[in-house]
Design a protein around this ligand. Structure first.
Ligand SMILES: NC(=O)C1=CN([C@@H]2O[C@H](COP(=O)(O)OP(=O)(O)OC[C@H]3O[C@@H](n4cnc5c(N)ncnc54)[C@H](OP(=O)(O)O)[C@@H]3O)[C@@H](O)[C@H]2O)C=CC1
Ligand SMILES: CC(=O)[C@](C)(O)C(=O)O
Ligand SMILES: [Mg+2]
Ligand SMILES: [Mg+2]
Length: 493
């Protein structure tokens, strides 16, 4: 097997990277019909497996789970997840031959061995589905020619796939049919129905490609979504401790602050988030974020370049082969950070205080979202896709941090995302060392407006507003949010 993307001629690479059609709600009028009465069998019952299955069942589809023997015999968590939710669970031999659609929701590092094990058991003309195209794109997995291969990739953690559905909304989703495996031409209709089943169609669906999904998904998770939220949280917390801010307060400000701040982002983009600050504070946060963008841009570009060339996946697969040596060491190190070890204090922090006392975090979010968006678009990812992957998903990741800090984020996201998150974090912290020496408690820990009379230069303010509002992520975001009429507010701390 070899990297599928790298075997393509440039013309075809560009062609597949550029596949991105926003699907109008009228495309989903047929609901889940294309899958009604069909047998959906999910392999794996973890973050995506359980939550997608719950949504699909609530949408009227027939869902069961197949697990490896050891998981069933050992009554592992995946077995408990499925049985406690009253799903039928069976071995590969029992369930796979009955599946019309086999949904592979095992970790990416297991895909080659799992797919090789299940393929001989699949019936003629069945469909194999993925929620991330790594195995197809980066490893060049070959699937039997009678099988239809589709992807339905929710742009968010599994827990939030469920939470948004229960709220009556959904999460933006990328769907695709692998061009090498669409023998009957039914892939797209099935992917659309699947998306209705998870609720994705209420938030926005892009007709994408395996290639475009992989090259954007890896970038988002490594940089703004997980990597930078981790770096920003740790640096913000450490600075407050260094400057004598109460540890319980600092812990709470960061843990819940990311959620409060990014909730504004989700509702109204960077503009709404920045508008939560006073005018003086906004100008300051703008300047800080511009500086952060300058410092971090080369790192964002390196991540995107390594993702495009296949270097990232090559190195990560070496770690898979080494029994996840780096992943496990980095996971342990994250657990030892002072931020993780300091519980949120029992102090009241008002909603507005999360903005006023944390300009640095607002600046990190603006810088990270814009950089991820810009870097993806420069690399050939379409703006709509880049928007979902950078701006819309950030609050959905922040929700996991609010629950149980970086531990919870890294537990819920895929191992692939977790690996990339640590990789970025380890490179980013040293890059920001000089910058952080200049940061004081006016930017993180105390109210920036305190002791200031609030006066601003009108022209400076107008110029800052103009830069923020005219950024392409804001323009495309305003358009995409028009389709999000069912979006709900999240109750934050
Ligand atoms: N995590 C997320 O939120 C997101 C994940 N994705 C994608 O979804 C897919 C699933 O990821 P995720 O939900 O994180 O996975 P998890 O790690 O949460 O769950 C994996 C499941 O697969 C089972 N499993 C693990 N190894 C094997 C194996 N060798 N053979 C059979 N079953 C196995 C596990 O059960 P057991 O070990 O008990 O057998 C578990 O139920 C990936 O492709 C990922 O990229 C996409 C978007 C977001
Ligand atoms: C949550 C999600 O979309 C990620 C970050 O891509 C993943 O977990 O792989
Ligand atoms: Mg993702
Ligand atoms: Mg991912």
């Amino acid at each position: 097997m070899s990297n599928y993307f790298n075997t393509l001629p440039l013309r075809e690479k560009l062609n597949q990277l550029g596949v991105c059609d926003f699907m109008d709600s009228s495309e989903f009028l047929d609901g889940v019909n294309a899958l009604k009465g069909k047998k959906l069998v999910i392999i794996g019952c973890g973050a995506q497996g359980l939550n997608q299955g719950l949504n699909l069942r609530d949408s009227g589809l027939d869902v069961s789970y197949t697990l490896r023997k050891e998981a069933i015999e050992g009554k592992r968590d995946s077995w408990k997840n499925a049985t406690e939710n009253n799903f039928t669970v069976g071995t590969y031999e029992e369930l796979i031959p009955t599946a019309d659609v086999l949904i592979n929701l095992t970790p990416d590092k297991q895909h080659t061995s799992v797919v090789n094990a299940v393929m001989p058991l699949m019936k003629q003309g069945a469909t194999l589905s993925y929620s991330h195209g790594f195995n197809i794109v980066e490893e060049g997995m070959q699937i039997r020619k009678d099988i239809t291969v589709i992807m339905v990739a929710p742009k968010c953690p599994g827990s939030e796939v469920r939470a948004e559905y229960v709220r009556g909304f959904g999460v933006p989703t990328l769907i695709a049919v692998h061009p090498e495996n669409d023998p009957e031409g039914k892939g797209l209709a099935q992917a659309k129905a699947y998306c209705v089943g998870t609720g994705g169609h209420r938030a926005g669906v892009l007709k994408s490609s395996f290639v475009a999904e992989v090259k954007s998904d890896l970038m988002g998770e490594q940089t703004i979504l997980c990597g930078l939220l981790q770096t920003g949280s740790i640096l913000s917390f450490d600075k407050m401790i260094e400057k004598g801010i109460d540890a319980g307060y600092a812990s709470k400000l960061v843990q819940y602050g990311v959620e409060v701040i990014t909730e504004a982002l989700k509702q109204g983009g960077i503009t709404a988030m920045m508008d939560r600050l006073s005018n003086v504070a906004k100008i300051k946060a703008f300047e800080v974020s511009e500086e952060l963008k300058t410092i971090m841009r080369p790192l964002f570009q390196k991540h995107q370049d390594d993702i495009m060339s296949g270097e990232f996946s090559r190195v990560m697969m070496e770690d898979w082969a080494a029994g996840d040596k780096n992943l496990l060491a980095w996971r342990a190190a994250t657990g030892e950070t002072a931020f993780e070890k300091t519980p949120a204090g029992n102090v009241k922090i008002g909603e507005q205080e999360y903005f006023d006392n944390a300009l640095l975090m607002v600046a990190f979010v603006r810088a990270g979202v814009e950089l991820a968006f810009e870097t993806m678009v420069e690399a050939g990812i379409k703006p709509e896709s880049a928007y979902y992957e950078s701006l819309h998903e950030t609050p959905l990741i922040a929700n996991t941090i609010a629950r149980k800090k970086l531990f919870e984020m890294n537990r819920v996201i895929s191992d692939t995302a977790e690996y990339g998150c640590y990789l970025f974090d380890h490179a980013c912290k040293p890059l920001l060392a000089d910058f952080m020496t200049k940061v004081d408690t006016d930017l993180i820990g105390k109210n920036f407006n305190e002791g200031k009379d609030g006066a601003v230069d009108n022209r400076a303010l107008i110029a800052v507003n103009e830069v923020i509002r005219s950024h392409q992520v804001e323009v495309v975001g305003a358009e995409l949010r028009k389709a999000m009429t069912a979006m709900k507010s999240i109750k934050t701390a």
